[in-house]
Design a binder for this molecule. Sequence first.
Ligand code: NAP
Length: 287
Amino acid sequence: MAVDRLAVIGIGLIGGSFALAAKERRLVRHVVGVARSQHTRDAALECGAADEVTDDAATAVRGADLVYISAPVGATEPIMRAIAPHLSSDTLVTDAGSTKVSVMAHANALLAGHCVFIGGHPVAGSEQSGPSAATADLFIDRTYILTSAPDTPADRLDWLRKFIAGIGARVIICDADQHDQLVAATSHLPHLLAAALSGALADLAPRSGDLRLFSGTGLRDTTRVAAGPSDVWRDIFLDNRDNIRPPLEAFRARIDAFLQAMADADGDALCALLDEAREFREGLNDQ
Ligand code: NAP
């Protein structure tokens, strides 16, 4: 199960955590981390996620048994294009991107014949970024989705499933289309709403005074993810925009229903909206 050389391209929060988790469980012997900036590369060495760093993905993947692409999803295509000629047919390449349809299409176009590619998405993370925020236990008891192609060798998929389970995650294998539709509602919409809420409060602040003095844990909880890196989330919103639209419309309908109930001073309607919301929220605690 242990791999000799793991190349992590985009060694930030997720890639750094993957490396730390695999190292801690002795699933990997040597990690080479790739990032564009010296600052990120230094941080990856300092936190122990990488044993060696470079800004050149092609150099990193030479001789690698496992390649983990964990840069913003918009960088996936150029990264795959750059590494393809340097991969061996035995190399298993996977990724951590929050969208899967475009990633699988790029892999099919650019990596087929060069390696085995299996898409991945850890449903784990935080609003922090960079390797200094990485932790070895990020994936414990978290869902980790894998997306394979019809021609993915069953033994390689099984190997990756066991490797991911080895870092503590619960693996789900699903179709890329289904993945992108579901996470549009469960992950991308909440992030967009947290960003919109934070932005709206920033708009109100000049008129209302220092809102921070009047803010408590509720506001911090509902806006926490808005502190995430904008390059990562820009790429997700652009890539999955068609799937984000329907849940966003559903959200808008809820806002309209609240506005209408308040305009009508309709307490029963407000209670019905709040009860439905509470029931769904309580169900999340069972996960
Ligand atoms: P992050 O902490 O910002 O890490 C991304 C790293 O990629 C950065 O350290 C950056 O360093 C490097 N990078 C950016 N462009 C690159 C390129 N072209 N080539 C090589 N390295 C590059 O972001 P993250 O949260 O780990 O997210 C990484 C991926 O995981 C994204 O695809 C995201 O969708 C996915 N994901 C994130 C979460 C989450 O909650 N954060 C959860 C699941 C999946 P330099 O700027 O120095 O290059």
